[in-house]
Structure formats: structure tokens, C-alpha cells
Design a protein around this ligand. Structure first.
Ligand SMILES: NC(=O)c1ccc[n+]([C@@H]2O[C@H](COP(=O)([O-])OP(=O)(O)OC[C@H]3O[C@@H](n4cnc5c(N)ncnc54)[C@H](OP(=O)(O)O)[C@@H]3O)[C@@H](O)[C@H]2O)c1
Length: 269
């Protein structure tokens, strides 16, 4: 277990629940060290069910926590932070997961400088998030370690400069949707080739999982792994040839670039 500290969530929604469950389950913190509040009883019950302390208000969450994860929808961030402004004393760390909200804005609205921004993604719900964090100057090495341990409980986390966050959004933020589409299309291909639908879907998703695990576990370049499974005049190179004719790689590259561009546009408005 990491060095004990108190963790609070403002915005007890889906992302907060994924993080809180991961943190409690992995033993990074005992659930009694976590607190949140919510106006709806179903959300309070969801957190209470695994031992999280429920308090009355957002400001009580902040008062009783060392690290506060802000997990309301992006459009709520400004009003919630303006309301909580008086509660942020110097030793507290504010962590925002709100998509598109910059460190500078978080600092301005909260009046607090010890701020960290994290971009997780949907697979956080199954403990396989790809998260990236960036830190304001006032955040310390210890803050970084603590936040890494929290988000490490729901997947993997990297630290990067904030200037990369639109690209991160275009890749890991939007990426799960690209892969859902890919799995669906692979399964459709299986059905078109004569497989029953259930078998095709199971094979498609396990194949994506297995290939991703090979890239992660072997550390080999994906091109090298592809070369190793494409024998001369074989079946796989025939499939790869079709993908190249359909501009598969170029299309994925364009998708990431388009989503990054859209992220930049949205965060400017
Ligand atoms: N889900 C993801 O995969 C993902 C990935 C990356 C980043 N994020 C970020 O995570 C944040 C939360 O997303 P989510 O998917 O978890 O959304 P969500 O399930 O809607 O959670 C937000 C929660 O905040 C509550 N809330 C609204 N106003 C509040 C207030 N004034 N004080 C306290 N709580 C309030 C909402 O309650 P009501 O429902 O009653 O309004 C809701 O339970 C967003 O900023 C999003 O950009 C999410």
C-alpha cells in the first residue's frame, strides 16, 4: 500500500467510480480513506457499497481530502471550482479528469496552483485505462507519485507535457471507439466467411486483446510481429494486401489527426 493519504471525488459519476473501485480493489488505499458526495441516493449507494465514506457536500469532500479528483462533466468544472475556491488550502492537490480543461483554467477558477490534469479513457471501467497526466509547476514529485499510483490502479499512466493533450485525446481518448469498430468489422468478416456470429465476435475481440498483449509484453515493434506472421504467398499477407489497398493504416492515422484537431477546436471554444 502507498503512503497513506486521503482521497476525495467531486462528481461521483462513472469515471470516479472506476477510479475509486480500482484504488480500493488494488489496495492502493483502503476504501475508508476515500470520500465523495452526491445529490442522488443511487450514486451514494454505489460508492457506499464498497466502503467509501459519503459526506454531505463538495466542500466537505475537499476539506477532508489531501488529493481531490474533480470528475464532473467539463461544462460543470468552472462553476464547481468557483464554488470550492475557499476550500483549497496550499497542501491540497487538485486533480482534474475533465476532457479539454487546461491547467491554466483549473488554476484560475480554483484559485489554487497545485494542480494536475489527467486524461484517462473508457477502459478504466475494466482496469485497462491508458491515462496521461501533466502537472502545473507547483505540483511536486510526491504528488506525481501519488497520482500515478491512483491511476496505475485502473491501467497504465504516462506523464507528458500539456501541449500533447489534444493528440492524446485523438489517440487514447477516442481510440477505444476505433477499436470497437475494428472488432465489429472483423466479426462481420468472420460472418461473411461463414462463421456463426457469437464465435466470430469472440474470436475478433480475443484477437485484438492477444495482439495488443503481444506488443506490450514482447516490446517488439508491431511491424516486426506482423512480418513474423506473414509467410510467403500465405493467407495473412493476402489479408494484409487487402487492408493496404483499402488504406487501412492511412485511415487510422487520419482518424487520430482529425480527432486531435477536433479536440483543439473544442478546447478553444
Ligand atoms: N468516462 C470516461 O471514459 C472518461 C474518459 C476521460 C475523461 N472523462 C472525464 O471524466 C469526467 C466525468 O465523466 P463521467 O463519464 O464519469 O460522467 P458522469 O458519469 O456524468 O459523472 C459526472 C457526475 O458528476 C455529478 N455532478 C453534476 N454536477 C455536480 C456538482 N455540482 N457537484 C458534484 N457532482 C456533480 C453528476 O451527477 P448527475 O448525473 O446527477 O448530474 C454525475 O454523477 C468528465 O469531465 C469527462 O470529460 C471521462
Amino acid at each position: 500500500m502507498a503512503e497513506a493519504f486521503k482521497l476525495g471525488f467531486v462528481g461521483a459519476g462513472n469515471m470516479a467510480e472506476s477510479i475509486a473501485r480500482g484504488v480500493a480493489k488494488s489496495g492502493v488505499l483502503p476504501p475508508a480513506s476515500i470520500r465523495t458526495s452526491h445529490r442522488r441516493s443511487d450514486r451514494r449507494d454505489a460508492f457506499r457499497s464498497f466502503g467509501v465514506e459519503i459526506v454531505e457536500t463538495n466542500s466537505q469532500v475537499v476539506d477532508r481530502s489531501d488529493i481531490i479528483i474533480l470528475s464532473v462533466k467539463p461544462q460543470m468544472v468552472k462553476s464547481v471550482l468557483l464554488e470550492l475556491k475557499p476550500s483549497f488550502s496550499e497542501e491540497k492537490v487538485l486533480v482534474s479528469v475533465a476532457a479539454g480543461i487546461k491547467l491554466k483554467e483549473l488554476q484560475e477558477w480554483s484559485g489554487h496552483r497545485r494542480v494536475i490534469r489527467v486524461m484517462p479513457n473508457t477502459p478504466s471501467a475494466v482496469g485497462q485505462a491508458a491515462s496521461v497526466m501533466c502537472m502545473a509547476e507547483m505540483a511536486t514529485k510526491k504528488d506525481e507519485e501519488r497520482v500515478s499510483s491512483l491511476f496505475g490502479a485502473i491501467g497504465k499512466i504516462w506523464t507528458a507535457d500539456e501541449k500533447y493533450f489534444d493528440a492524446v485525446t485523438g489517440l487514447s481518448g477516442s481510440g477505444p471507439a476505433y477499436i470497437f469498430l475494428t472488432i465489429e468489422a472483423l466479426a462481420d468478416g468472420g460472418v461473411a466467411a461463414g462463421l456463426p456470429r457469437d464465435l466470430a465476435l469472440g474470436l475478433a475481440s480475443q484477437t485484438v486483446l492477444g495482439a495488443a498483449t503481444m506488443v506490450t509484453n514482447t516490446g517488439k515493434h508491431p511491424g516486426q510481429l506482423k512480418d513474423a506472421v506473414t509467410s510467403p504467398a500465405g493467407t495473412t499477407i493476402a489479408g494484409v494486401h487487402e487492408l493496404e489497398k483499402g488504406a487501412y493504416r492511412g485511415t487510422l492515422i487520419n482518424a487520430v489527426v482529425a480527432a486531435s484537431k477536433r479536440s483543439r477546436e473544442l478546447s478553444q471554444t
